[in-house]
Design a protein around this ligand. Sequence first.
Ligand code: NAD
Length: 418
Amino acid sequence: MASCRAFGFQNVYQQNNVTSIRCSSLAAVSKKNYNIALLPGDGIGPEVISVAKNVLNLAGSIEGIEFKFNEKLVGGAALDAVGVPLPEDTLTAVKQSDAILFGAIGGDATDTNQRHADIGIALLQLREGLKVFANLRPVSVLPQLVDASTLKKEVIEGVDLMVIRELTGGIYFGKPKGFGTNENGEEIGFNTEVYAAYEIDRIARIAFETARKRRGKLCSVDKANVLEASMLWRKRVMAIAEEYPDVELSHMYVDNAAMQLVRNPKQFDTIVTNNIFGDILSDQASMLTGSLGMLPSASLSESGPGLFEPIHGSAPDIAGQDKANPLATILSAAMLLKYGLGEVKAAERIELAVLDTLNRGFRTGDIWSAGNLLLNKLEITHEPNQYIHMQKLVGCKEIGEEVLKSVDTKTPASSSAP
Ligand SMILES: NC(=O)c1ccc[n+]([C@@H]2O[C@H](COP(=O)([O-])OP(=O)(O)OC[C@H]3O[C@@H](n4cnc5c(N)ncnc54)[C@H](O)[C@@H]3O)[C@@H](O)[C@H]2O)c1
């Protein structure tokens, strides 16, 4: 059965010194009509967004929710059309929306470094504009996909962790940054890793609250043996820990954390870390599940609309070929419902539909196990644990249609609750 816990989803936020569970507080003002800003972006972005939009629409309509979608340009698509990667019109629309569903942005191998940089700026500007400082990335190894991972089954079976990444500070935003010349006349490039205490405190509180709702263990990842910004990070996390005596706090250097994530990922419950370490570790953690194409994320601010997106990029190598796995985007739509709008039942309907689709054997190429016994031939079996041998390789559109069928037929447990 799918549920918040099945995907390890949790969410909290801090406002006026009162920490709340966002999804339940928003549920109280659930209005059933929502404006959703859709930003498909580039590469496989439009393919996965189109599928996720249909799933969101159907799950919503079954639960009596109406969506008004406002599709806007971002990334390379915007750069080509209007000369900037994040047009003013797009930023205004996202700020006025109830939540944002984002695909991916990025150029391809033929693009210059400058074009890659110009496009990449859009996402940073968007996060900054929306003030979404907390990025939640649940990583759960689903039993249906244990064989899709490159790691040994006994290492990854049962992994259920949450990476919480600080998203609007640190080296990606720190100043000074730029290019220059050193004392030997050589060209240099430089960036600044900088954190203020309040930035660490607010992400730490989100992490402690999240850990408290999970298994009560929080690991803070830093590089406090070398970096001053990490020394302050550790000091502030330890100070905030005094507010959460029930949560077991540990600290780990980022190099060790990278190693431990593949050696023994089950030791982790909730991980909190800065922007750049979180960027790298969450991609690494994603491979525990077998594919970037499975992982959703939520980026939340203190009060404005949340940004929901798959963690993968625009995948130019498979764009336009109907090969993309849309499940990460579909699961991001479920996070949008749950954490952005407080529509928990509709969210669970989608989560359940994804599990059901996988149980019925449908796989895109990235999660399809090579050596499958019945290649391209779907057979339904009632034998438990047999589904991994009964896979059908399908494209983005077809797996989307199968998810729609499951959305229609599967009822979340909470729907039947009194
Ligand atoms: N949030 C974002 O928009 C975002 C994130 C990361 C990278 N990017 C951009 O995307 C472009 C490509 O970057 P990259 O190749 O390093 O990362 P990527 O995530 O686009 O692709 C990495 C690999 O994973 C595969 N892959 C990714 N998503 C998949 C999916 N849904 N289904 C099946 N396979 C999938 C790709 O085919 C590729 O082989 C770059 O321009 C980069 O800057 C954007």
